[in-house]
Design a binder for this molecule. Structure first.
Ligand SMILES: [Zn+2]
Length: 154
């Protein structure tokens, strides 16, 4: 763990936001204030900058876990589509933003979701409701666990 890394330091105080974890991976909800209910992050435990730095085994696992998380969120949030964003600018630590795309919310369509994120960050738009987030984490936890039954990864 690198103490100057916001991804490393987020895992400990935000344990209640974790929906699933293994020896290598952590799926946790975005900390409060969260831009959207269901905005999750899939992070590696190992400190590395991006998917380009995974070893072959980790890369296979990442695809498997990411797919499972996306399917779990798609059904939990009852949305037809789930976005994945990876920049690696906020922290030099692999973290994929996994975001439900609600067709009823035009303000989160494609690149507009970045404007939405910044509006919540600046306090111009209300963040996700804390109790709704807790319920979402519980549902996603159950679905990811079901998805990964029998998973042989680390
Ligand atoms: Zn880190």
């Amino acid at each position: 763990m690198a103490p100057e890394c916001s991804v490393c330091t987020a895992h400990v105080p935000h344990a209640q936001l974790v929906a699933w974890e293994s020896a290598r991976w952590i799926l946790r909800h975005h900390p409060h204030p969260a831009p959207l209910c269901g905005w999750f992050l899939l992070c590696s435990r190992r400190h590395l900058a991006s998917v380009a730095d995974l070893n072959a085994e980790e890369e296979r696992e990442f695809a498997q876990v990411l797919g499972a998380c996306m399917r779990a969120l798609r059904t939990a949030a009852e949305v037809p589509r789930v976005y994945v964003l990876m920049f690696g600018e906020g922290a030099p630590h692999l973290h994929a933003h996994i975001i439900p795309r609600d067709p009823a919310c035009e303000g989160t369509r494609a690149w507009a979701v970045a404007d939405w994120y910044r509006a919540v960050e600046r306090g111009e738009r209300a963040p996700a409701d804390v109790s709704a987030v807790d319920r979402m984490i519980a549902v996603v936890r159950g679905r990811v666990t079901d998805e990964l039954v029998g998973w042989r990864g680390a």
